[in-house]
Ligand binder design. Structure first.
Ligand SMILES: [Zn+2]
Length: 100
């Protein structure tokens, strides 16, 4: 897809773009515009919604079990995030069927 800078603010995020910012979004570290766009994508995209839910669940279980998460769990979480961000998880846009 050709990127048109003047459309970037308003076009929909691809699954890949969501994957890149989803951790920041879920950690409340994404800027407001990004957060709004991610939230809108998650509403429409079941796949990304499930990924978000998985991340939230991992975070929750980490904070529930121990005051300080053990390094192995942190490592798994980090690997999961990197996998999402690098697009190793096979994602495609549900509307266009386009590979992100
Ligand atoms: Zn998606």
């Amino acid at each position: 897809m050709t990127r048109r800078p003047w459309l970037t603010r308003f076009r929909r995020l691809s699954c890949h773009e969501v994957a890149e910012v989803i951790q920041a979004f879920l950690d409340d570290e994404a800027d407001e515009l990004a957060a709004r766009r991610v939230a809108r994508h998650l509403k429409d995209c079941r796949r990304c919604g499930m990924e978000a839910a998985t991340y939230v669940e991992i975070k929750r279980s980490l904070s529930r079990r121990r005051p300080v998460p053990d390094p192995a769990s942190v490592q798994r979480l980090r690997a999961f995030g990197e996998m999402l961000a690098s697009g190793q998880i096979d994602v495609e846009d549900p509307e266009t069927g386009e590979r992100a």
